[in-house]
Design a protein around this ligand. Sequence first.
Ligand code: FAD
Ligand code: SIN
Length: 559
Amino acid sequence: MRLESDFLVLGSGIAGLTFALKAAETGRVSIVTKAERMEGATRYAQGGIASVFSEDDSFESHIKDTLDAGAGLCTQSAVEITVREGPDRVRELIALGVPFSRRESAISGPLLLDERETNPGKLFDLTKEGGHRARRILHASDFTGQAIEDTLLRAVEGHPNIAIYEHHIAIDLITNVTIARARRPNTRHIPDQRRALGAYVLDAREQRIHTFAAPVVVLATGGAGKVYQYTTNPSTATGDGIAMAYRAGARVANMEFMQFHPTCLFHPLAKSFLISEALRGEGGELVDRFGHAFMKKHHPMGSLAPRDIVARAIDSEMKRTGAECVYLDMSSQEPEFLKKRFPNIYDQCLKFGIDLTLQPIPVVPAAHYLCGGVYTDQWGESSIENLFAIGETACTGLHGANRLASNSLLEGVVYADRALRCTLERRDTSPGALRTQQPEMPEHLPEWDSGGAVPMEERINIDHTWRELRTLMWNYVGIVRTDRRLQKAKARLELIRHEIQEYYWHYLLTADLIELRNIMTIADLIVESALLRQESRGLHYNLDHPNRDDRFFKRDTVL
Ligand code: FAD
Ligand code: SIN
């Protein structure tokens, strides 16, 4: 079946929903999302959204903190854009009704519109996280992501111009090259400028593949934490958008920079539960099993040092002492404050028998955020025309070699807005207003061809390969890398790739198989990029090249 719209949005997290909501004012929007609509990293965000709202803060300070965390690799213009446009985008979230926590003194009484607009810094409780020199993070207790996701979904659901397709997983993008190849399978003539025209999508419940056609395609498919054995990410984070864009010929950058969050709850029954950095912002101290604080040895900012440094310090403490985890000690704060400020984390820990008001929380680092992704310009457009990438799927240049905490929700809303503005400018037919004429959609798009594929009888193959790949990435391509480990990973991935290609051509597609193929591509891109960067910088730390080398490597790794 062919489904048409003006905008095809893949993903329903903060980036996809923000774009869809704005785009729906000008045309029909299809949102394709592979699980339940609220599922994705956004709903699990705890700490908050960073933006300059206080009189004690400034754009310059937020810009400097972002650049410092990014270890010399941020694109200055991306940082300036995000920081300076951030407050307006956050105000839009407030206007939509996101219930950001307010200061004690501002809690009573309804929020007046002019108060929201003129002096939000005085109204909202601003918290702090690693690498931030000022309190600039708006949060909704420790449920920030859920509050944002719920609010955006409520707005999107009532909109007559938006259709949401749940349990629909995008398989591959459709471009003008797809058409050229369908016409002449052996053609060597590939159009110079690639152009997005839609995507093939599997309805995972009906097991049918549809053609979604649209002149503007937006990848908002989130990150790829699932490529590692231990991660804070939900199961949707399999890097699908990046893998699809790469296969379609888009440029992808900085894939070696996977951020490991220092504090994931360590408990055999806790599946990837994050212990927010905001706890350290409110006085939490990282300690070893004897209760000794160890972070000052590693960085003058101690437990609130940038994330790459804290994660590596924990990794090194664990390796040095043979301990399975380290601890986060919250004893500097009153129990009543902790229960009120972190109700979600308090309850979750209690479920596992840990009362954080009485005892330190056992924590370990885990894969958390992918700084690399689909390489975009300052409007969120990829190297394929009319293919935009926004949110965690994108590499806009904001994060450089290491993301500053709570900058990603912000990036999601800022670039969703910019991507839409770019498409609208192109549609504007008034003289001189156009950058590029909006292309016509071709009448005919080739249907998906399943060839002679047959149903897979045994899932065990997929499960086994999936586990093997994630363990391999954790062991050989983790927080601390060496050339030898990376080479080993490359050789093993080669074998796994052949196996997956075989499944892919032989069996009818399922969501699992699509994700496995994508995670394989992501693993390849990470290893390839890590091998190319023969230095240590930000999140990429290689024992064989322990120093930063600005002479040769102060540049993006573009594949
Ligand atoms: P997501 O919210 O991940 O949404 C991706 C969407 O794409 C999902 O709907 C998914 O189902 C869909 N999708 C994926 N593949 C396909 C496909 N093939 N076809 C169709 N649909 C697809 N950042 C902050 O700034 N502040 C925080 O406090 C914070 N806390 C975090 C806590 C946790 C536990 C985690 C995991 C991350 C946190 N982050 C935080 C990072 C931040 O949450 C994410 O980077 C951000 O939410 C990403 O938003 P997104 O819209 O790009 O993607
Ligand atoms: C956290 O709450 O520690 C996560 C914040 C982030 O990833 O930006």
